[in-house]
Design a protein around this ligand. Structure first.
Ligand code: ADP
Length: 509
């Protein structure tokens, strides 16, 4: 392997460029018209244009990507996450084109692509799954009969599901028919398949996942867990390793279960087994993600193992030199910095990044695909960057994350930075008392938290100076209506002080 084409964009594309460079491999970026000036394009050794901005016309065009690899003489393709990473047909097409696929075999992707097939595989290998069925439901009566056996509430799930689509919680028999119909319709629309099955709805579980690495010579190891319970609408927002709820015995048991699933699927390369961990410490296998995960850096931080380098080394045929018994060292945490306005329902924000100060200092890692001057569009995922910290203990990791978030400054669009600051200050989060519903329960008090007094004062002073300058610049004799006034509407859109001033009603200051 000499030259790797990276079929992705943003922070993960840059992450892979860096791994290639450290291993002495060439790197080739691909890009859409919206990304012609993007960081991943500038940082890679070479770059190939795919097409217009929409993903369907660029990053999802597998045949163009394979042709690009051939044209520049790349001998491997790394898919990153999202886009084509878990498409069996693409893994197959790459192999058929005699290129190295930096990922699991197409057969393993297929084996894990259906939730019901993955459940059956887990059951056959003695890995606990949430009680429920593995066959598609035929009728609401059948579903109600099964729910009576397990007890309500139950969860209807699309077999082909992903991203939380086609899921419905059913709390009693009267809601079964309409919920089943809704889940089937959603699944048909999203995945072209209306197979829906039923499982017991677990109350108050954590989302804990196990990272595995498997080489091409039969060795498969677990690298421990990640706690990903801080979720909004099934989207992870903050991840950490280890989990506050996992001790060495549980880690070993979950790790062994993950390795059994991976081996049963004929897995190779990096993968993740997702589990629900119930309050009584019983764990249930949910599904396997057959790719590198967004949150992989927290595992890298506590194990010292470079997962993306190992993806490339495994694909090139190297043997894994370590075993499963790696104890996590210290504590790592990741905040996903997105272009979303948490105070307004996480509304996506687009625009040009006018200014950016990147956090640094001890134990801080910044993985990002954007910088000052970058245009952020609504075409792609809103994640701008990942801020990762490491410290000896969880409390110190939280303090360090707070300090790093404090240093982070992004002007030009709304970001989730302040939301993350409030989470780091939250006493339940600090105690580790989190489950997958925690954020939804806590959201209102988190995003509604009052701004610190000194910030409000600074915003008031800035608004007053702005109003005064505006008054002086106004030509004598002209009316406010003709020139605009210093009232609310004319405060500059993108300045954080102006936003705060508007929120606090300080325009008359
Ligand atoms: P998807 O592939 O659509 O993301 P998952 O099976 O991974 O679906 O489930 C998504 C999320 O839904 C999980 O992370 C968890 O928060 C919640 N969830 C899934 N199954 C259950 C269950 N049986 N009980 C309670 N919550 C569940």
């Amino acid at each position: 392997m000499k030259k790797v084409l990276i079929a992705n964009r943003g922070e993960i594309a840059l992450r892979i460029v860096r791994a290639c460079r450290e291993l002495g491999l060439g790197s080739v970026a691909v890009y859409s018209d919206a990304d012609a000036l993007a960081t991943h394009v500038r940082e890679a050794d070479e770059a190939v244009r795919l097409g217009p901005a929409p993903s369907a016309e660029s990053y999802l065009r597998g045949e163009l990507i394979i042709a690009a690899a051939k044209a520049v003489g790349a001998d491997a393709i790394h898919p990153g996450y999202g886009f084509l990473a878990e498409r069996e047909w693409f893994a197959r097409a790459v192999r058929d084109a005699e290129l190295t696929w930096v990922g699991p075999p197409a057969e393993a992707i297929a084996a894990m692509g259906s939730k019901t097939a993955a459940r059956s595989l887990a059951i056959a290998h003695d890995v606990p799954v949430v009680p429920g069925t593995t066959e598609p439901l035929r009728s609401a009566e059948e579903a109600a009969g099964i729910a009576d056996r397990f007890g309500y509430p139950v969860l209807l799930k699309a077999a082909a599901g992903g991203g939380g689509k086609g899921m419905r919680v059913v709390r009693d028999a009267s809601a079964m028919a309409s919920s089943l119909e809704a889940a089937q319709r959603e699944s048909r629309n999203a995945f072209g398949d209306d197979a829906v099955y039923v499982e017991k709805y677990i109350e108050g579980p954590r989302h804990v996942e196990i990272q595995v690495l498997a080489d091409r010579h039969g060795r498969c190891v677990s690298l421990g867990e990640r706690e990903c319970s801080v979720q909004r609408r099934h989207q992870k927002m903050i991840e950490e390793a280890p989990s506050p709820a996992v001790n060495a015995d549980l880690r070993r048991a979950m790790g062994a279960a993950a390795v059994r699933v991976a081996k049963a699927a004929g897995y190779q390369n990096a993968g993740t087994c997702e589990f629900l961990l119930a309050p009584d410490s019983q764990f249930y296998f949910l599904e396997m993600n057959t790719r590198i995960q967004v949150e992989h850096p927290v595992t890298e931080a506590v194990t010292g193992i470079d997962l993306v380098q190992w993806q490339l080394r495994i694909a090139a045929g190297e043997r894994l030199p370590f075993t499963s018994n790696i104890d996590p060292r210290g504590w790592a945490m990741e905040c996903r910095i997105t272009s979303e306005d948490a105070a307004h329902g996480f509304l996506p924000s687009a625009g040009r990044i006018e200014y950016m100060r990147i956090p640094a200092g001890p134990g801080v890692r910044w993985d990002s695909g954007v910088g000052a001057g970058s245009e952020v569009t609504l075409h792609y995922d809103p994640m701008l960057a990942k801020l990762i910290v490491w410290a000896p203990t969880r409390a110190e990791a939280i303090a360090r994350m707070h300090r790093a978030l404090d240093e982070l400054t992004i002007h030009g669009l709304e970001t989730s930075r302040e939301f993350h600051l409030r989470v780091m200050e939250d006493d339940e989060f600090q105690r580790g008392a989190i489950d997958i519903q925690w954020l939804e329960r806590r959201l209102e008090s988190l995003v509604g938290a009052p701004a610190p007094r000194e910030l409000v004062e600074a915003a008031a002073i800035a608004a007053a100076l702005f109003a005064e300058r505006d008054r002086r610049q106004r030509a004598p004799g002209m009316t406010g209506a003709a020139t605009g006034s210093a009232a609310e509407g004319t405060l500059p859109e993108h300045q954080p002080w102006a936003r705060l001033a508007r929120q606090q009603g300080l325009r008359d200051a």
